[in-house]
Design a protein around this ligand. Sequence first.
Ligand SMILES: CC(C)(COP(=O)(O)OP(=O)(O)OC[C@H]1O[C@@H](n2cnc3c(N)ncnc32)[C@H](O)[C@@H]1OP(=O)(O)O)[C@@H](O)C(=O)NCCC(=O)NCCS
Length: 153
Amino acid sequence: MKIRKAELLDTSKLFALEEKLFLSENFPLSRASFYYHINNNMLFVAEIDSVIVGYILVLIKRKNAKLYSIGVKEEFRGRKIAQKLLEFSIKELSSIAPKALFLEVRVDNIVAINLYKKIGFTIKKKLNKFYLDGCDAYLMELNILDKKKDSFE
Ligand SMILES: CC(C)(COP(=O)(O)OP(=O)(O)OC[C@H]1O[C@@H](n2cnc3c(N)ncnc32)[C@H](O)[C@@H]1OP(=O)(O)O)[C@@H](O)C(=O)NCCC(=O)NCCS
């Protein structure tokens, strides 16, 4: 598996993957959003035999960063692809400004919550009715400086 920066030519493939990953109430990214984020934020893809099997999008702010989205094609799940995408992104982030990485996740998305806890994220608070279907979200945080001490030094 190879992880690389997404390119504008990947836009259609990423959008097709997104449509399979997220229902409309979970704020899926549009084709135009992918185009924008490829140019302006941290968007990495995981590739196997030149096929995009997963992606991660991290929005870069001045002091912090936000894990906006991560997804892996259904038939490639359970192979640590998401974990590697996250670790790759955190390593990239640790070399630039942000001190913390935040995310919101549906309280019923146990798989994703497990993944984030495994990486070291902690739940900061519950956001009531965050999603369009009324589902609550957890706001989770990872201290990038701590992670850097643990893993990259
Ligand atoms: C969440 C998602 C990205 C995980 O991708 P993945 O590549 O299958 O995950 P990994 O193989 O890297 O798993 C890493 C860890 O996540 C957790 N995890 C993964 N699959 C799990 C499952 N079926 N049940 C419980 N925990 C699970 C575990 O902690 C796992 O570590 P372990 O294997 O040592 O126990 C994938 O299920 C997905 O794309 N879901 C749909 C989109 C989504 O919900 N994205 C997150 C919200 S933005």
